[in-house]
Design a protein. Structure first.
Length: 322
């Protein structure tokens, strides 16, 4: 019984109360009711044969349930488990705080080769990201077995956080490999960007308010761009009717560039700033070329509206990613 216990509490400066149950086998009932875990708790490869109760448990930091085995999934009580403190940053911090284990220290001891050091560092980070992904999957599967799909969705969200971080580490490794498969890199890059966009715009479909704000903001920005461009350009259409399309694209291009500058300096080390800018730049170039070859006003108007719409999405995403 570990009911109403506090592990890794704030007053414990040396964190001696850090809990490690890894590889333990619980043959009888085990209760952690209303316990608080202020620090990391390790349950990896544990076996629970009977009733396992985490009722009212609060995790302040990311727990590790990787490769856990619950003989009776329906005998696991996960009611009122508080994981509000767990987010994408907590996933990143877990990996940073734990990847330098004994195995890592032994492999890097006395190493001078920076490339090999980087390779080993990312190998261990990747291992911890995968373990964390499996940890969230284990609890998600238990909740699905109990038909508790709403709570399972919360753990699935954390699983996607770990998957995004795994892709990010994988991409960092592949970029440094000379003989890396470029198509595999593109696939990893696409998945990485996609998960990042979902996380920042809807929290993987778990935050309705964020979805609503992003959608409304995107629509409003689109309307503002349409009004602004028409109000500024239409009165002078007689003077530069032939240059209308070019002027519109120049204005939009400047706005995209300014947004990219802000985004880049805000996330200088992030792959996503460069990725999204690359997508916007490619769309901009394609639309400009299409407009150049199809000089009818209908094509210009349609492509102009499409570009405004894409730009509004980009700016909305920029503000949501600050």
């Amino acid at each position: 019984y570990f009911m109403d216990s506090k592990f890794g509490y704030d007053e414990d400066e040396n964190k001696k109360a850090k809990l490690n149950f890894s590889n333990a086998r619980f043959q009888d009932n085990v209760y952690f009711n209303n316990s608080h875990f202020y620090d990391y708790v390790d349950f990896h490869e544990c076996e629970f044969e009977k009733i396992t109760c985490f009722y009212g448990v609060k995790f302040y930091k990311t727990p590790n349930f990787s490769a856990c085995y619950f003989k009776e999934p329906k005998a696991v009580n996960l009611i009122n488990v508080d994981i509000d403190k767990l987010d994408f940053k907590s996933v990143e911090k877990y990996i940073e705080d734990n990847y330098k284990d004994e195995s890592y220290k032994n492999e890097t001891k006395g190493m001078q080769d920076k490339k090999e050091f980087f390779k080993i560092k990312n190998k261990h980070k990747l291992r911890y990201a995968k373990n964390l992904k499996d940890s969230f999957r284990v609890i998600k599967d238990v909740l699905i077995t109990q038909n508790n799909t709403l709570e399972a969705q919360e753990w699935h969200k954390l699983e996607l956080y770990a998957k995004e971080k795994e892709n990010h580490i994988n991409l960092s490794v592949k970029d440094r490999e000379k003989n890396a498969d470029i198509f595999k890199n593109i696939l990893i890059w696409f998945n990485c960007v996609l998960l990042n966009v979902y996380r920042n715009t809807s929290d993987h479909h778990n935050d309705f308010l964020k979805i609503l704000n992003f959608t409304v903001g995107m629509i409003v920005l689109y309307g503002v761009f349409i009004f602004f461009c028409q109000a500024c350009i239409e009165p002078y259409s007689k003077f530069f009717n032939e240059l209308k399309s070019s002027v519109i694209f120049i204005i939009i291009g400047i706005l995209v560039f300014l947004c990219w500058i802000m985004f880049y300096f805000n996330r200088k080390k992030s792959i996503f700033a460069k990725s999204i800018f690359f997508i916007i730049a490619m769309v901009f170039i394609v639309l400009y070329l299409v407009t150049y070859f199809y000089k009818t006003n209908e094509y210009k108007t349609i492509l102009y509206l499409v570009m405004c719409y894409i730009l509004s999405i980009y700016i909305c995403y920029f503000f949501f990613n600050i």
